[in-house]
Design a protein around this ligand. Structure first.
Ligand SMILES: C[S@@+](CC[C@H](N)C(=O)[O-])C[C@H]1O[C@@H](n2cnc3c(N)ncnc32)[C@H](O)[C@@H]1O
Length: 315
């Protein structure tokens, strides 16, 4: 696979070369994106840490800002770098949900089904809002990105039929998140045909609609928000041609890389937590049978090495 042999020399030695077509850069996205060259990726698909929702357990984490405006401005900065590394015809698919103010609670207990919910901190209610207010953080970010120069093209509703139940008695249960589609330029690559949906009678196809009904997909290894492959797949199909390049600056367990491999696209992911990189490697290997054999032949040592160089990469 030629176009996906990513020739980004200055990433070494901090890159994990996972397959012929997927590389993981270990570190803070605020430093690591700077290593990537301009105008490189066809599309970016990502889900950043949500504000005040998860405690990833490290200093200065994005999402743990006490002031929501700082959170928005950190993400705008990160995504400005994403815009630089996107090709001029590139698109950016951003998954994010809204949140509620914490109502003055300063921590949140783990629950048996969802260990990642445990929080040692909860951000204050933003100035001007009240306890119980819905914070339109998804839209705050979308508007800030638009002001920063992005073209905001679609607000897609990801409807989750199997959403988390909530114990609330005075409002309806949240069963959706947003997937914003943005572009770097007015005109951009968009393969509309590849994601068309069937008409109700099943006899023909129509342009994909803005409400996507997709169940969440559990990932047994990860105690954090992993997005489903079915949410990522249309973004990659429409956003990058075969052998094109996809970026995920908040790679987590590597879902974007998994779908990129399945669809014959290359991918670079940035991730801060080495524990998640290990999960991503396992998932990526599971969809790359040839590589699975390589690792089996080399034994566990290769897995433990900080840098695994795949000889078939063109560096
Ligand atoms: C919502 S999760 C992404 C999950 C991913 N979409 C998946 O399917 O597994 C956000 C990820 O961003 C990572 N992250 C948070 N802050 C980061 C930073 N400053 N630099 C790089 N990664 C970061 C977290 O460790 C977490 O894995």
């Amino acid at each position: 696979m030629n176009a996906t042999a990513i020739s980004i020399n200055n990433l070494q030695p901090e890159t994990f070369f996972v397959t012929e077509s997927v590389q993981i850069v270990h570190g803070d996205v605020r430093q690591k994106l700077a290593l990537l060259p301009d105008n490189t990726f066809h599309c970016c698909v990502t889900s950043p840490p949500y504000w005040g929702m998860r405690d990833y357990g490290y200093e200065g984490q994005i999402g743990a800002e006490t002031n929501i405006n700082d959170y928005i401005s950190h993400l705008v900065d990160v995504f400005r770098e994403v815009r630089r590394v996107l090709r001029s015809d590139g698109t950016f698919w951003l998954n994010i949900g809204n949140t509620y103010t914490s109502g003055g609670r300063t921590w949140r207990q783990s629950d048996a089904k969802n260990k990642g919910r445990a929080m040692s901190y909860r951000p204050d209610t933003p100035t001007g809002l009240k306890p119980k207010d819905l914070i339109g953080v998804a839209w705050m970010l979308a508007m800030a990105l638009q002001l920063d120069g992005w073209y905001l093209r679609s607000d897609i509703i990801w409807h989750k039929p199997n959403c988390q139940p909530e114990s609330v008695k005075d409002r309806v249960t949240v069963s959706h998140e947003y997937l914003f589609m943005l572009s770097k330029s007015e005109n951009y690559y968009f393969d509309q045909e590849s994601i068309k949906e069937q008409t109700a009678d099943g006899k023909s196809h129509k342009n994909k609609r803005t409400v996507w009904q997709i169940n969440t997909e559990p990932c047994k290894e990860a105690h954090f928000a992993v997005f489903p492959r079915a949410l990522v797949r249309p973004c990659i199909l429409a956003g990058a041609p075969k052998d094109g390049l996809v970026l995920d600056p908040f790679f987590g367990s590597g879902t974007v890389g998994v779908v990129a491999i399945e669809e014959g696209r290359g991918c670079v992911g940035v991730e801060l937590k080495s524990q998640y990189i290990e999960i991503a490697k396992q998932r990526l290997m599971a969809v790359t049978p040839s590589l699975k054999q390589n690792f089996a032949a080399e034994g566990q040592t290769a897995m433990k090495r900080e840098t695994y160089t795949n000889p078939s990469l063109n560096f």
